[in-house]
Design a protein around this ligand. Structure first.
Ligand SMILES: [Zn+2]
Length: 232
């Protein structure tokens, strides 16, 4: 089933969450952000969104930032809270380069069975870690660890973050070699696709190499790199 279809608007959940958020007095629902899991890039025609999970991861993330800067690509970084606390300076570099920030949970837990209040606490803790690194940072997206959404999409939207899915994953966590990653990316891209990649969680040198090569090829074919949609 496409991820974009896996949404379950549950009124009682919204009410319960609203009460939970109101009780804390620190956040309220922001109706401008859709709780639908987005897997589509902004704009029409040959557009793509590159999204990178599980960082920051100093060596690979910094090299990736150089690659993206050279190709003038703006991407999304879905940050793992513990890694943010370990490497705040790398998060500052990501933000300074103009990339969009996403929340990927504090400890990369599978939250699919968690109640909304527990999810909200984790997502807030992650945002606080990001804002310790980058005061006043805008945190525009949330991606559930393992794509295990449970009730996280509704909670994220209530906290102002668009749930972010993907249309193409290329198994860069295996890792299968840069040549194979390039082949999977070239074969798999479709207009409007959000692409899932990783700059953290292990040695991601192959991912960085593949992005560099694919960006050159796709730009020559007039593909554009945009951010994922925020509103439905
Ligand atoms: Zn992850």
């Amino acid at each position: 089933m496409p991820l974009s279809r896996v949404t379950r608007p549950v009124p009682y959940l919204a009410v319960a969450l609203g009460l939970a958020l109101a009780a804390t007095g620190r956040a309220r629902a922001r109706p401008g952000v859709s709780a639908d899991i987005v897997d589509t890039a902004q704009g029409g025609g040959r557009v793509l969104s590159l999204t990178f999970d599980d960082g920051p991861n100093p060596a690979d993330t910094l090299r990736l930032l150089g690659v993206l800067r050279r190709h003038r690509i703006t991407a999304v970084f879905c940050l793992w809270g513990e890694h943010v606390d370990a490497h705040p300076a790398v998060v500052r570099r990501i933000a300074a380069d103009g990339h969009a920030l996403g929340n990927h949970g504090m400890r990369h837990d599978d939250m699919s069975s968690w109640p909304p209040e527990r999810i909200a606490a984790d997502l807030r803790e992650t945002n606080e870690a990001i804002r310790r690194a980058v005061p006043h940072a805008r945190i525009r997206y949330f991606r559930a660890p393992y794509g295990a959404w449970g009730r996280t999409a509704a909670v994220a939207a209530a906290l102002g973050m668009r749930p972010l899915g993907w249309r193409l994953a290329v198994g860069d966590w295996e890792p299968p070699g840069a040549d194979e990653l390039v082949r999977r990316l070239r074969d798999g891209v479709t207009p409007g696709a959000v692409v899932l990649l990783h700059d953290g969680g292990g040695d991601r040198g192959q991912t960085v190499d593949a992005v560099d090569r694919v960006a050159t090829a796709l730009k020559a074919e007039r593909w554009r790199f945009t951010l994922p949609q925020r509103r439905s």
